[in-house]
Design a protein. Structure first.
Length: 438
């Protein structure tokens, strides 16, 4: 009994000693030399941190306590900015994501702890958390949910979900985890490789003047805005014609062009140049019926090389059909696909198309030609697939003018940013496709 009392007394003394030692340790904020009323999340022990500030900049203590190295603090709130179509605000695109990775890797090569901070604006914070977690996923082999858990563990437990680019209310929530899971799956499939990704090419081609096109599945699918029959569109903006795409499509190995919108150019302007061309029209803003899906899959599965797909804006109908192909051939779940598609090409998949993909996921994942995360064929990828998709009235309904609104929003947004960044335009010529002049 005496021994037990002594042992208990000893344990109490040890616990008190540990408590005193902990109380003497500097807090994370003081050791990093930063002042913020918000928590600080430790993403990589002693190396990489995330926090939020309610001011324009994070307050820094010039002399950190206990001899700790002064922190390297940074924000990208005003550097990496999402270009909205309507009320959408993210996720940031693949080029911006890559720029962020480069910045963080450079900072982490130093001997100072790195602190990424963002505004407390819910939209800025959601994009910042996505960036920070994406770095862990791609460069530190951290699973998407674990990456977000490191932020949540610090006390950040609410994040504004991303929404679509439609002008009306949005009931579908695209979460940070959805986007991270999509990015992670694409990385495992080799669709994004930080060591070979061409950031300059990505930013060049995604500009309206330079084609408004993006690789969605590298080597297989490009999404682009529909060409016009004339040099000016209905709103007076400079427009690209089929002939403008000949050189780049040949360079990128495009053999088939699929048009999903109403005819706005003569298809012979592509076929006379040696490209195959297919028309698979269905209404703007709606979901594809089963015959369109079956024909699209058959055409793309038998195409000898890459396929370029467009609707009016190259966002909704285009992303929807490419997503169905990705489900069947790459085991890509719908929520992850929507996240990945928007990272590649912001604004993709709108309105009822979002839930539609989630609803048909069971059909195409069940017939998927790959197992998740591997490339083992379990069926003939070119085997005809019987599709039985019954569209609801909402899914079949046309959203009149959606494509026109999206293309106009992108053109006007990019033009205003270009004019604000350039003091003058040299002469009467405006640079257009691939740097050529009209």
């Amino acid at each position: 009994m005496s021994f037990l009392r002594k042992r208990s007394s000893s344990m109490t003394s040890e616990a008190s000693s540990v408590t005193i030692q902990r109380s003497r340790r500097p807090s994370l904020k003081s050791s990093l030399g930063v002042h913020t009323p918000f928590p600080i999340a430790e993403l990589l022990p002693s190396k990489f941190y995330f926090t939020v500030t309610d001011g324009a900049a994070l307050q820094i203590n010039p002399v950190p306590q206990n001899g700790c190295a002064k922190s390297q603090t940074f924000t990208v709130d005003h550097e990496l900015v999402y270009e909205p179509f309507a009320s959408d605000f993210g996720p940031l695109n693949l080029g911006m994501l890559h720029s962020y990775f480069e910045k963080v890797r450079t900072f982490l090569q130093g001997n100072r702890p790195v602190v990424h901070y963002s505004s407390n604006d819910p939209r800025k914070r959601a994009n910042a958390v996505f960036l920070a977690c994406a770095y862990l996923v791609i460069h530190c082999d951290v699973k998407p949910k674990e990456a977000v858990a490191r932020i949540v563990a610090a006390g950040f437990n609410t994040f504004l979900p991303f929404r679509d680019a439609s002008s009306g209310p949005c009931s579908y929530k695209c979460t940070i985890v959805d986007c991270l899971e999509g990015l992670h799956r694409a990385w495992r499939l080799g669709w994004y490789d930080p060591s070979t990704f061409d950031k300059e090419q990505y930013h060049y081609y995604e500009k309206v003047d330079n084609g408004d096109l993006n690789w969605i599945i590298p080597g297989k699918f490009i999404a682009f805005a529909g060409p016009h029959s004339d040099r000016l569109d209905g709103n007076g903006y400079l427009a690209l014609m089929p002939e403008d795409y000949y050189d780049v499509f040949n360079e990128l190995g495009i053999s088939l062009i699929v048009r999903l919108n109403k005819k706005c150019y003569d298809r012979r302007r592509f076929t006379n140049a040696g490209f195959a061309h297919a028309d698979l029209y269905f209404p703007d803003g709606s979901c594809p019926p089963d015959q369109i899906i079956s024909t699209f899959l058959s055409l793309c599965e038998n195409a000898p090389s890459a396929v370029a797909v467009h609707c009016k804006a190259g966002l909704g109908r285009t992303g929807c059909l490419i997503g169905i192909y990705a489900m069947k051939h790459h085991g890509f779940p719908a929520r992850e696909w929507i996240g990945w598609n928007r990272i590649c090409r912001p604004g993709s998949i709108l309105g009822p198309q979002q839930q539609f993909l989630c609803d048909v996921e069971r059909i195409f994942l069940r017939r998927s030609s790959v197992t998740v995360g591997r490339s083992l064929s379990i069926c003939d990828q070119r085997q005809p697939l019987k599709v039985d998709v019954r569209l609801s009235r909402v899914e079949a309904k046309e959203d009149f003018g959606q494509g026109e609104r999206l293309t106009s929003a992108k053109k006007s947004g990019q033009l205003s940013r270009r004019l604000s960044s350039d003091s003058t335009l040299s002469g009467p010529h405006v640079p257009n496709f691939f740097g050529r002049f009209l």
